[in-house]
Ligand binder design. Structure first.
Ligand SMILES: [Zn+2]
Length: 340
């Protein structure tokens, strides 16, 4: 079986999996990371990958690390075609460091690094329950990652930094985003901002006073995204309004994306997006139905990632295999030949 290792790096944890060329997970592992520098992170990634390989081997997967064809890694950062990282809010020490080179040294095999959400979109497009050549993915967690697969290719742009859907402005003059802009979709629908809006609304909005969220220990300051979700499900009108409003903002972004890309599928992933999908998607679908052009939403399916949290590792592994097939040793997949 031809297989690669896919690694998904988050702010505080790493997931790795051995994935075959059809996108099936043969073995997987997770570990926490407290890395504050690239060297430690790469060491943790290697350890996590070894755990995943050991699990796969137990189950009849590749018997030796030599049987692994390539390593792909998704990181929460803008990644240029040569592997350079110009911007990374979550892991700032990665900016300017040679992650691809260090990973290639440590693993001794071809390595490809890409933005995590781009890879999740690729994984879902190729190996999801309904494979497609056109898909837009939004991963809602502590931030909002975005990925676009269009006409069977992951959208990367001339430098590799395309697809930053999280910083699409959907509310001009809206809340401040870590990128410095206001009203980005990230600042409206990522988990910390949803909780922030709830905490604010508890004190200032007419329906906030009656909310059961006041019973949360330390309310309003300690109200978490999970508290808002739970209250909304339990019938709290204020919490339900906050979640529906969040779904509406998500729908505004999806409507614009539908008009631009007219994809077959739009997929919500990420920890918060998957957990709160039942609260977010009704309002989001309604907004798309109302606002997107009829031709843009024809046959469009909007739902959660069928690969769930595996989308990232599967996409990373498949991307690494494709990069290897294109004959590049590091991170060159999809790069056009200069001067043609
Ligand atoms: Zn932003």
């Amino acid at each position: 079986v031809r297989a690669a290792i896919g690694i998904d790096v988050g702010g505080t944890k790493i997931a790795a999996a051995v994935v075959d060329e059809a996108g099936a997970v043969l073995g997987e592992a997770q570990r926490e990371t407290t890395a504050k520098d690239t060297h430690t992170l790469v060491t943790d990634m290697r350890a996590c990958a070894r755990d995943a390989w050991a699990r796969a081997a137990e189950r009849g997967g590749p018997a030796s690390l030599d049987d692994i064809a390539a390593v792909g890694a998704g990181i929460p950062a803008q990644v240029e075609l040569d592997g350079t990282i110009p911007h990374c809010t979550n892991l700032p020490y990665l900016v300017g460091s040679d992650v691809v080179g260090r990973l290639a040294d440590v693993f001794g095999m071809p390595v490809a690094v890409e933005n995590d959400a781009n890879l999740a979109a690729l994984g879902e497009a190729i190996a999801g329950d309904e494979p497609t050549d056109s898909l837009v993915m939004l991963a809602l967690g502590t931030g909002v990652g975005g990925g676009v697969v269009i006409d069977g290719k992951m959208l990367r742009g001339p430098h590799g930094s395309a697809g930053e859907i999280g910083h699409m402005v959907v509310l001009a003059g809206g809340p401040e985003c870590p990128c410095g802009q206001r009203g980005c979709i990230e600042a409206l629908v990522a988990a910390p901002y949803v909780a922030g809006r709830a905490r604010e609304g508890l004190c200032s909005s007419p329906d906030g006073g009656e909310s059961s969220l006041w019973q949360v220990d330390g309310a309003p300051d300690e109200v978490s995204p999970e508290d808002v979700e739970a209250a909304a499900r339990a019938g709290d009108a204020f919490a339900a309004r906050i979640m529906a409003e969040t779904g509406g903002y998500l729908g505004a972004a999806l409507s614009s994306l539908a008009n631009i890309f007219a994809p077959r599928r739009m997929v919500i992933g990420g920890g918060f997006g998957m957990a709160a999908a039942d609260l977010l998607l009704p309002a989001a679908r309604q907004a798309v139905e109302r606002d997107a052009l009829a031709g843009s939403r024809r046959g469009l399916r909007i739902d959660t990632a069928s690969l769930g949290q595996h989308a990232g590792v599967v996409g990373a592994a498949l991307f690494a295999l494709a990069a290897r097939d294109e004959g590049s040793q590091t991170n060159e997949a999809g790069r056009p030949t200069e001067g043609t």
